[in-house]
Design a protein around this ligand. Structure first.
Ligand code: PLP
Length: 389
């Protein structure tokens, strides 16, 4: 009998694309929409990286590469991990390059999780974790990230939710959507819990270089963690390379072999010339990255202070990434209703917090990866629109 595969019913999607489509519809009708929903840098890819990509095409990087990625890129990644996380990584056996961090997340869950396993997932969180965990027939166990803890993990609650079927913990700091970061103490405690309870930890560190306060620390630097972790990072956010599609995973040789096997079945390898450009991104000058982070910080300060001046909005100061996550519970409507109201009334696109899971309800996510003018006008429009609620 003809029909669709049942497992597709368990696979979710990303709310950002839905809002973007609605906003585009308004734009087709001639409205000027301020986009605060999009989770991607508004900067161009650094010039030296683009030049390296163009040169690579001319030099013939137009064929398949090793399914683990070009060795020279894996070496550059291993060097970056040593510099930023203080651990030695074998570029031949412990690194795989994929077309984005997203396929690394997908492959990591496929490689580690069986049907019936439980996976601890902080909520609100990047929706792909919950979606893929459900897809493989496992059970997501949500750990609420609380505003009063500045959206850091509540470690006592984490421990309470660990049971006999718990196989893994997925963390993402600096965090999308809250902008939270972990303290050194948090990182040490997470490592201790993972070691004590023999858990895998999938650590999505895609915003690791976009940090404003307190620095970044990965659990992989803690004793015993390299053997039980998949570290995921990439080029989309740090180097403004979302459209190049390039990310990587670091883990044990046994895990990496499985990730490579998944890659062989899905994509064979990421595009060759983008990998060559990524070597330049890692090895070339880093001043544009530093400048981007300084610019995000100024925009963050502007956005948070403006949001906090709106009666009914309460916004924790984000420590990293490029999102503000204000509490909007006072309006007495669901975050989806408020998102739709702001889009229709003020032509400002935001994301409803529940697009990031159950515990995102009552919040909006606004991206400040956009110009100061857009932030000023967008928040001013929001203020005016909620005034008449
Ligand atoms: C937490 C998180 N992980 C992964 C990704 C995907 O990154 P990539 O473009 O490398 O697939 C995103 C993008 O928004 C993200 O916010």
């Amino acid at each position: 009998m003809r029909g669709f595969a049942k497992w597709m019913e368990r696979l979710g999607t990303e709310g950002a694309f839905e809002v973007l489509m609605k906003a585009r519809e308004l734009e087709r009708r001639g409205e000027r929409v301020i986009h605060l929903e999009i989770g991607e840098p508004d900067f161009d890819t650094p010039r030296n990286v683009k030049e390296a990509g163009k040169r690579a095409l001319d030099e013939g990087w137009t064929h398949y590469t090793s399914p683990a990625g070009i060795l020279e890129l894996r070496e550059a990644i291993a060097d970056r991990i040593r510099e930023t996380r203080g651990v030695e990584v074998d570029p031949c056996k412990e690194v795989v390059v994929m077309p984005g961090a997203k396929p690394c997340i997908f492959a990591s869950i496929l490689a580690l999780i069986d049907p019936g396993d439980e996976v601890l997932i902080p909520s609100p969180g990047y929706p792909i974790y919950e979606s893929v965990v459900r897809f493989v027939g496992a059970k997501p166990v949500l750990i609420p990230l609380k505003e009063e803890r500045e959206f850091r993990l509540d470690l006592e609650e984490l421990k309470e939710k660990i049971g006999d079927s718990t196989k893994a913990l997925i963390i993402n700091y600096p965090n999308n959507p809250t902008g939270a970061n972990l303290t050194d103490e948090d990182v040490r405690a997470i490592a201790e819990i993972a070691n004590d309870h023999d858990l895998w930890v999938i650590s999505d560190e895609i915003y690791s270089e976009i940090v404003y306060d307190g620095g970044f620390r990965s659990p992989i630097s803690e004793p015993g963690m390299k053997e039980r972790m998949i570290l995921i990072d990439g080029f989309s956010k740090t180097y403004s390379m979302t459209g190049w599609r390039l990310g990587y995973a670091i883990s044990t040789p046994e895990v990496v072999e499985r990730l490579i096997r998944l890659q062989i079945n899905m994509t064979s390898c990421p595009a060759a010339f983008t990998q060559v450009a990524a070597i330049e991104a890692l090895r070339g000058p880093q001043d544009e990255v530093r400048e981007m982070v300084r610019t995000y910080r100024r925009r963050r300060d502007l956005m948070v202070s403006r949001l906090n001046s709106i009666p009914g909005f309460r916004c924790v100061v984000p420590k990293g990434a490029f999102y503000a996550f204000p509490n909007v519970k006072e309006f007495g409507m669901s975050s989806r209703e408020l998102m739709e109201y702001l889009l229709e009334k003020a032509h400002v696109a935001t994301l409803n917090g529940d697009a990031f899971g159950l515990y995102g309800e009552g919040y909006l996510r606004l991206s400040y990866a956009t110009s100061v003018e857009n932030i000023e006008e967008g928040v001013a429009r929001i203020k005016e629109a909620v005034n008449s609620l």
